[in-house]
Write a protein that binds this ligand. Sequence first.
Ligand SMILES: NC(=O)c1ccc[n+]([C@@H]2O[C@H](COP(=O)([O-])OP(=O)(O)OC[C@H]3O[C@@H](n4cnc5c(N)ncnc54)[C@H](O)[C@@H]3O)[C@@H](O)[C@H]2O)c1
Length: 376
Amino acid sequence: MRIRIVGAGAMGRGIAQWAASAGHTVELGDVRAEAVTDAVESVVSMLDRAVAKGRMSAAGRDATVARLVPLADPWGAGPDVELVIEAVREDLETKAEVFGKLERALPSSAVFATNTSSLSVTRIAAALQDPSRLAGLHFFNPVPLMRIVEVVPGAATRPAIPALLTELVEGCGHRAVTVADTPGFLVNHAGRGLVTEALALLEESVAGPADIDRIARDVLGLRMGPFELMDLTGLDVTAAVIDSIWQGFRCEDRLRPSYLTPNRVVAGLHGRKTGQGWYAYGDGAEGPAPEPAVNGDGDRPVFLAASGSGETAPYVESLAGALEAAGVRVERGGGPSADALVLVPVWGTTVSGAIRAGGLPAERTVGVEVLPAAGR
Ligand SMILES: NC(=O)c1ccc[n+]([C@@H]2O[C@H](COP(=O)([O-])OP(=O)(O)OC[C@H]3O[C@@H](n4cnc5c(N)ncnc54)[C@H](O)[C@@H]3O)[C@@H](O)[C@H]2O)c1
């Protein structure tokens, strides 16, 4: 298939590498000529790495590079183009304008796909003379490694198009999932529980980015935490997605965008691509501060208080077992001795509430949250 990709940023170049590696001819265009040059260089260096690691032959790399066609003019004629994948910035007017120009340049048989993360596919298509030729094709970053792709038919999309896109995706070795044209589709809607909520935790000074990320990795078992993810995606993209999902669901409060993001976007703190986001990147950048070492008083006994909730009893017992296994002297019984550290499991209550309800010594009581589902 001959595919034209418009938008040679983080996503466009990843999609180009993925499709060209699978044998498709890929034209790559952008309003910024340097973006196309950078994209081709970046794809070549990724392929070189694959060759160095023995995952691709040198001949395979050369053939893939030969299938990449940099375009000086993204709106140039393309009589053989069968599919366009648009990956320009997340803005409805920009995308509508891009497709308008492509509609004039390319044959009416060419199928149009948008990589929008959160805009309405139906609304992007509505700007076309033929809205039935467009669907969403939503990749994840980095495209060659993230093997799931959302196929999103708009309200007017021809029924044959989702099937064609699914065949393309699966033929290139990724998994296609057809989802409805709702704000954020499936993955980014679900992702609000992680990213929007992490920003709310930061707003409320519950913890800083490094701690929230560490907990997401250690406790939720994620490969990266929400702030690391925002730095990878780019805060400019993430903020546009957050806004558009919020507006799409008619300003539902649970999806409310954080006041922390707009200034950071304007200041260019977008993450890896600008060298500075929630973390610093590049030569000499210091990583996040390591978790402080625990240097408590090892001989101090620990009294485990009841939380008042019967549901926590089994977890209190397993916590006691874990502490004893670690060599801690655990006190049981009516109340803590004079120097014992008091731990109280909190579940649906605040630590202050548990202290008051249990008559516990506030100056040496610490709440612990039991996480049965995480087995922790
Ligand atoms: N970054 C991610 O993790 C991610 C994941 C899935 C989908 N997306 C979506 O992919 C799209 C692109 O995101 P990105 O992260 O690659 O952004 P990016 O900023 O890295 O790249 C966007 C590119 O589009 C070009 N561009 C802007 N206006 C243009 C126009 N009018 N005509 C042609 N080119 C134009 C820019 O020059 C730039 O090179 C967005 O819709 C975004 O929501 C991003």
